[in-house]
Design a binder for this molecule. Sequence first.
Ligand code: XUL
Ligand code: CO
Length: 443
Amino acid sequence: MHKSAARTKEFFPGIEKVCFEGRDSKNPLAYRWYDENLTVAGRTMKEYLRFSIAYWHSFCATGRDPFGSETRDLPWSVEGDPVSRGKTKMDAAFEVITKLGVPYYCFHDFDLVDEGSSIADSDKRLQTMVEYAREYQESTGVRLLWGTSNLFSHKRYMNGAATNPDFRVLTHAGAQVKRALDITIALGGENYVFWGGREGYMTLLNTDMKREKDHMARFLSMARDYGRQHGFRGTFLIEPKPMEPTKHQYDYDAETAIGFLRHYGLEKDFKLNIEVNHATLAGHTFQHEVQCAVDAGLFGSMDANRGDYQNGWDTDQFSVNLFELVEAMLVIEEAGGFGSGGVNFDAKIRRNSTDPADLFIGHIAAIDVFARALLTADAILRESEYVNLRHQRYASFDKGDGKRFEKGELTLDDLRALAIASGEPPPISGKQEFIEQMITMFT
Ligand code: XUL
Ligand code: CO
């Protein structure tokens, strides 16, 4: 199937291309809701949802956690020098991506191949991997949703990357982002993500927060300028997260990142990549974060997963919470969809999920729940009173004095006179139960 880099080994024998079998199917390796050719809201499901597989969770993670070692052998990560291992890993990656029929993938620079002993050594390794990836993209039609650089794993970044108090570390971050942008451009990446995992502090006692944020903005501006000068026409994305690994991250949540982008004049080139589990870590619903981004005109893309609603960690589980996703899809469909973004499964199977099929089932279940959420949201928007109910709640601002208030034509004295004239207003129901019931009716 693949011209110069024919896959010699199948890593998931016995798992065939995953197909749509319809709602009654009980086959765990088939789609029940995700019919990629079905048109919803003017696009096929495939075009609408733009699913993407995350390289780091699916092909790099071994099940290690802070308390224990690997639970999974990665059969594609055992033999040879770093570049051969990188190629074998990519063989496995494209086997999974194409068997799932997902149109996009994304990666950090050093997900593709281990970092070299110098910048030049890493350049060389990654150059080979980019050629290899380009061939796979061409032969399979799979595309790069976004590129990014890992500015958090290497020990040099323990005090931050763009916000590191040591300028020499910042230069290394710059070298890495320059290369990752080159790679993203070379592979036709549609977006470029900055997740500031270590752009924050462990204690304010040793931190000049204002200076660090200024540095982060300067760094992002340099990346923007470099990208634009070298032909990157995609969207730069900030991925908010409140904490972990640092005690406090500067891109705390959507509103914080929006304020930051506007303050530093970056809002024309940057949007937000909203992650479900990061929203819950910030004490928000996913819907809240998406709505904030949409209202600011800065909704860019989504990292799809879910947290554990009891322990509050970033557990990155596959999303199967239909209600949560319907709430978000209502906002996204009303906003017109994903634009250049998509639904990237920043999700991993559990440490004790050790069967080869587990990786497939995690993705299939989540893809199906997203498809179902899209169908549900679409039906609610087309067939129910949902939108109208919200408009009606604000009807008193559509005419007369309410409208004059919105236009800025009234004073506080006017409000007092109007309150006296109208008397005590009767209660108006928020109808929350009715709307929640509507979601359960349409699923
Ligand atoms: C970490 C996280 C990252 C970003 C990419 O919580 O979400 O994997 O999505 O760096
Ligand atoms: Co993420």
